[in-house]
Ligand binder design. Structure first.
Ligand code: HEM
Length: 155
C-alpha cells in the first residue's frame, strides 16, 4: 500500500462529505449529552409564560436549523461520490459485498433522516426518545459501514 497526498476536487468532495456526516452524527451525540443540563436550566427557571418555548426546546430547534442543511449536504456529496464511482467504472468492478453494504448504508441513512423527522414531530416523551435513538444509531451504523469500505487497484 502506497500512501500519498493530493489536494484536489476529490479531496474537496471527501472533505464536504465527512464534515456533513460529522455534524449530523456528532451533533446528535453532543445534543443528547447537553439535554440533561438544559432540562435542569428549565426546571430552575420555573413555569414558562404562555406561548414561550423552554431553553431545551429552543436549543433543539436551533440544532435542527444546523443539522438538516448538513444532512442535505451529506446526500448531495454522497450522490456526487456515487456519480464518480459510476463514471470511473468502479461500480462494475466493485465486489458484491461492497454493493450490498452500499445499499444497506443508504437504507440506514434514510432511516436516520426519517427517525430524526419523526422525532421532531413526536408529541410524547417516550416516542421522542425512541425516534432520537433510531436517528442516531442508524447514522452511527452507516458510519461504521462506510468506515469499513476499502479500495484497491485491480491486480
Ligand atoms: C449519515 C449519512 C452518511 C454517513 C455517516 C456517511 C459516511 C461516509 C464515510 C465516513 C465515507 C468515507 C469517506 C472517505 O473515506 O473519504 C463515505 C463515503 C461515501 N459515501 Fe457516505 N455517508 C452518508 C451519506 C451518504 C449518502 C446519502 C450517499 C449516497 C447517496 C453516500 C455515498 C457515499 C459514497 C459513494 C462514498 C465513497 C466515496 C469514495 O470512495 O469516493 N453517503 N460516506
Amino acid at each position: 500500500m502506497i500512501r500519498d497526498f493530493s489536494l484536489d476536487i476529490d479531496a474537496l468532495r471527501g472533505f464536504l462529505h465527512l464534515v456533513s456526516v460529522s455534524v449530523w452524527v456528532g451533533g446528535q451525540i453532543v445534543v443528547a449529552g447537553l439535554i440533561p443540563l438544559l432540562r435542569k436550566v428549565d426546571r430552575s427557571a420555573g413555569p414558562l409564560p404562555e406561548g414561550e418555548k423552554s431553553v431545551t426546546q429552543k436549543a433543539a430547534h436551533r440544532f435542527g436549523r444546523i443539522s438538516w442543511p448538513f444532512f442535505a449536504l451529506a446526500i448531495i456529496t454522497g450522490l456526487w461520490s456515487l456519480g464518480e464511482v459510476v463514471a470511473n467504472d468502479e461500480w462494475t468492478s466493485s465486489t458484491s459485498a461492497w454493493k450490498i453494504l452500499f445499499f444497506v448504508k443508504i437504507a440506514l441513512v434514510a432511516a436516520s433522516g426519517v427517525g430524526a423527522w419523526l422525532h421532531t414531530r413526536a408529541q410524547r416523551a417516550p416516542e421522542r426518545a425512541l425516534f432520537a435513538s433510531v436517528a442516531s444509531l442508524t447514522a452511527l451504523a452507516a458510519l461504521l459501514i462506510a468506515a469499513s469500505f476499502q479500495s484497491s487497484l485491480p491486480a
